[in-house]
Design a protein around this ligand. Structure first.
Ligand code: GAL
Length: 412
């Protein structure tokens, strides 16, 4: 055997062993709560089982704002991580900068075009090329209610705004904090998603997606802010700055009656061994039944000099149907592909999957403003500022609606 044949043999051996085994993925993410970390472990273990090493780059902070700031610094320093958890329009912004890798090969091989819903593909593709692998679909218009606190009111789970207020009042009368909330802009905005949607699909679309100034500054928006102010009256004095998972813990341990939060909150309940229907109740925010404000965590692969094969292996692993079930059962979200059976999901997960499919086929599926799926970050942050300032009493509702028009216009 001459040297050329020998080298060819070595190259072939390296290829068949699987290049991923020689590589790690460095993953930047914000999954640091108990429930999130449990879900992340499902991913880590899955990859490790395939010989892909995991270098952890956690940046705490729900909603991912802090993670995105860290990401910007890393990329500016010429040191992009191999894979990054990212939401909606942030993916589009990074793609436009031309710094992302291309997942077309793995997508074609695994048939992603046929199984990923169009609403997600809108964010996973840039100029027709796959640039991200969606791991889940979350939605923000959920309420997580303590079953014992609800039973103590003698009422049913609320289906309308008025019923919601009646339950919150009864919880207050029973001596608990009715609404567990953390005063952080993204959490205020998460409730705002649901409140705006509760005033109509058309209103949500016109204000949060189309950014129509008439909707942003009109009477319905004043009503939305009035509803926010009403909800504000049910939180405890220590809400400011509290992390979302600590608010979930208040419901879990009986200190508070309910939390209005995306379905990542369910991950906290499950982690505390709480059972849907027995210990807690999941409902759509009253007045939003049948509609869904969604966000999808996607793994975006940066164009890096080394680690490309591990990136592809990770993308394929993330999209594997068995993995999508195992991961989302723990995370509280639902699969990002349409062909995953619901058999392993609990009642809330089954409802989440059915709601997503129905909302999608009925034209009632909308990107979450709070979680980067309705408008780019610049506009999202402008909305955050107004919503939070109003929530903290800096504006009355009429002034907030007016300010919203100005802030959104200035941000575009
Ligand atoms: C969302 C993200 C979820 C969850 C949540 C709280 O933006 O999509 O996966 O992590 O933030 O951290």
């Amino acid at each position: 055997m001459n040297i050329r044949q020998l080298m060819a043999g070595v190259a072939l051996a390296a290829f068949t062993v699987g290049p991923a085994q020689a590589e790690d993925v460095e993953v930047l993410h914000w999954w640091t709560s108990g429930g999130e970390a449990a879900a992340l472990n499902v991913l880590k273990e899955d990859l490790q089982g395939q010989g892909i090493g995991w270098v952890d780059m956690p940046v705490a902070g729900g909603g991912g704002e802090a993670a995105m700031t860290t990401l910007r610094a890393r990329v500016t320093a010429g040191d992009a991580p191999t894979a990054v958890q990212m939401l909606g329009f942030d993916i589009k912004d990074w793609a436009a900068e031309g710094v992302l890798g291309n997942l077309d090969d793995v997508a074609a091989k695994e048939g992603w075009d046929g199984v990923v819903p169009a609403a997600l593909q809108f964010f996973s593709k840039h100029d027709g090329h796959w640039i991200a692998a969606p791991v889940n679909v979350h939605s923000t218009n959920w309420v997580w209610i303590s079953k014992s606190a609800l039973d103590a009111t003698g009422m049913d789970a609320p289906t309308t705004w008025d019923e919601l207020i009646a339950v919150l009042d009864a919880m207050k009368a029973n001596g608990i904090t009715p609404l567990a909330h953390g005063g952080q802009a993204w959490q205020d905005a998460t409730i705002f998603d649901a409140v705006v949607l509760s005033l109509g699909d058309d209103f949500y679309k016109a204000s949060m997606i189309d950014l129509d100034p008439d909707a942003l500054g009109g009477e319905k928006m004043v009503e939305a802010f009035d509803r926010m102010a009403k909800l504000r009256s049910y939180v405890d004095d220590n809400f400011s700055g509290r992390d979302w998972n600590l608010a979930s813990a208040m419901v879990i341990n009986g200190e508070a009656g309910m939390q209005m939060m995306g379905d990542w909150a369910k991950g906290e309940f499950l982690r505390a061994d709480k059972v849907p229907g027995e210990d807690f109740v999941c409902i759509r925010f009253p007045g939003t039944q049948g509609a869904v404000t969604f966000n999808s965590d996607q793994f975006v692969m940066f164009d890096v000099a080394e680690g490309g094969d591990a990136q592809k292996a990770m993308a394929a692993a993330v999209m594997n149907p068995t993995f999508q079930s195992a991961f989302n059962v723990v995370k509280g979200s639902v699969p990002a592909r349409t062909d995953v059976p619901n058999s392993d999901f609990d009642a809330c997960g089954k409802k989440g999957m059915a709601d997503l499919a129905d909302a999608g086929s009925n034209g009632r599926l909308f990107g979450s403003m709070a979680h980067g799926h309705s408008v780019p970050a610049s506009v999202k942050n402008a909305i955050y500022d107004v919503v939070t300032a109003h929530f903290n009493g800096e504006y009355d509702s009429a002034a907030a609606a007016e300010e919203l028009v100005n802030a959104v216009e200035a941000a575009q």
